[in-house]
Design a protein around this ligand. Structure first.
Ligand code: PEP
Ligand code: MN
Length: 457
């Protein structure tokens, strides 16, 4: 009997490996290629984290979102890190996503497709290859931090040197994270009857009070349906799909398997991968590799994207024009979204290209505060979302979802919100290693506002 998931056959491998002849940006310079080869050989034998059938199910959900029959909520850390892969933080993050989903479903009567930036978001593209700091009065330059999958954040030569053993560590920690995600989402914690429990300990502000109101209404509806004898098994579980930026191609290639059902190759490091703004070159290695796997693929589109670019990306990544296969993640910035996005959306629509449009209102809105923090204004985040809705309304297309950087903790990394975080407040609890994330309360606030936008759509 053929194994359900195999190493790719020679001809499939040939297609998968074509990327090696192309330019791959943002790859680490590994100092020891033998060590890399040994790690890759072990990852090629490793147990998959996700299965092709799950990725196909996600593709169907994303297709529904492209038709306006569901709304995508993709969220999590900018960069996960090994030290924070404990159950409590993971639970807090899941809780945030579940609460946001409840708010959206309740407020806008729409099913929510939940996707975490989780269990693999360990590699980061950087604008510079190295970083210079003043250490003990001297300028020191070291390789930039590229995520825990590549090197350490600590600013020492040892830590900043890329180490391929980190790829294997990332795989193992992702497996443990995926396991606890599945336990939380299928083991009772995500049961909709827990809708009040998720809010416990958070009650003293208007956002949480508003959430409590939603929870009371949901509770009442569940009791009513219970009394009517409805079958509620479906409320016990949620599907939280796993995604990350598919950046380090040696890692993604090593975890690619061939599905015995269909003969197609799938990344098994996550259900969905996305291509970042810095690696979406049409003739580049990332686009080529992703074209050869069958998972749902996201592509970040920044303000320099032309309608021709978008059409060409779709032709390359989704030649069969399969709904749900391709998600465009627009990250234009609040100041640009209303100028740049209309022509893209219009052209994709006119050409009959199947794509799910979601908004990333984070990455076009990054600023540096006067006191030196990399931050974002909550008002800009909301304004970009609003602009995204306006554009789709004007063109007559579907705003399919949100892509957010968020955490379940009470960090102070984004300015504003009902918690009124100001510049001085950023210092209170600024924990991110890369980009600033919405905290728990700002995430719920976003969900309430987006639910209103969806209602009015
Ligand atoms: C990210 O999602 O963390 C990221 C780096 O985004 P982008 O590729 O859009 O800049
Ligand atoms: Mn980021």
């Amino acid at each position: 009997m053929p194994a359900a998931l195999d190493m790719p056959s020679a001809d499939v491998a040939q297609g998968l490996d074509h990327f090696r002849t192309l330019t791959a940006l943002q790859q680490p310079t590994w100092p020891d290629s033998d060590a890399l080869a040994a790690v890759v050989a072990r990852l090629e034998q490793a147990t998959p984290l996700t299965l092709p059938a799950e990725s196909d199910a996600l593709r169907d959900r994303l297709a529904a979102a492209s038709r306006g029959e569901a709304f995508v909520l993709q969220g999590g850390d900018c960069a996960e890190n090994f030290a924070e892969a404990g159950a409590t933080r993971i639970r807090n993050k899941i809780r945030t996503i579940l609460q946001m989903a409840v708010i959206l479903t309740h407020g806008a009567s729409t099913p929510v497709v939940k996707i975490g930036r989780i269990a693999g978001q360990y590699a980061k593209p950087r604008s510079s290859n190295d970083e210079t700091r003043v250490v003990a009065g001297r300028q020191v330059t070291l390789p930039a931090y590229r995520g825990d999958m590549v090197n350490g954040f600590e600013f020492t030569p040892e830590s900043r040197t890329p180490d391929p053993r980190r790829l294997e560590q990332a795989y193992r920690i992702s497996a443990a994270t995926a396991n606890v995600v599945r336990a939380f989402t299928h083991g009772g914690y995500a049961d909709l009857r827990q809708v009040h429990q998720w809010n416990r300990g958070f009650m003293r502000n208007p956002t949480y009070a508003r959430y409590e109101g939603t929870a009371i209404e949901i509770d009442r509806a569940i009791r009513f349906m219970d009394a009517c004898g409805a079958d509620f098994d479906a409320l016990r579980f949620v599907d939280l799909y796993l995604s990350h930026e598919g950046l380090i191609l040696d890692y993604e290639r090593a975890l690619t398997r061939q599905d015995a059902r269909t003969g197609k190759a799938y990344a098994t490091s996550a259900h969905m991968l996305w291509i970042g703004e810095r690696t979406r070159q049409l003739d580049g290695a990332h686009v080529d590799f992703m074209a050869h796997i069958a998972n749902p693929i996201g592509v970040k589109l920044g303000p320099t994207t032309t309608p021709d670019n978008a059409v060409a990306l779709a032709a390359k990544l989704n030649p069969d024009n399969l709904p749900g296969r391709l998600t465009f993640v627009a990250r234009m910035g609040a100041g640009r979204v209303r100028d740049v996005l209309p022509a893209l959306v219009q052209r994709i629509h006119d050409e009959g290209v199947a794509a799910t449009w979601i908004t990333d209102p984070m990455h076009g809105n990054t600023i540096t505060s006067d006191n030196g923090y990399k931050t974002r204004r909550f008002a800009d985040v909301l304004d970009e979302i609003q602009g995204f809705f306006e554009v789709h309304r004007a063109v007559g297309t579907v705003p399919g979802g949100l892509h957010m950087e968020l955490t379940g903790d009470d960090v102070t990394e984004v300015l504003g919100g009902t918690g009124s975080i100001d510049e001085a407040g950023l210092a209170r609890r600024y924990e991110t290693l890369v980009d600033p994330r919405l905290n728990h309360q700002q995430s719920l606030e976003t969900a309430f506002l987006v639910a209103e936008m969806l209602q009015g759509f």
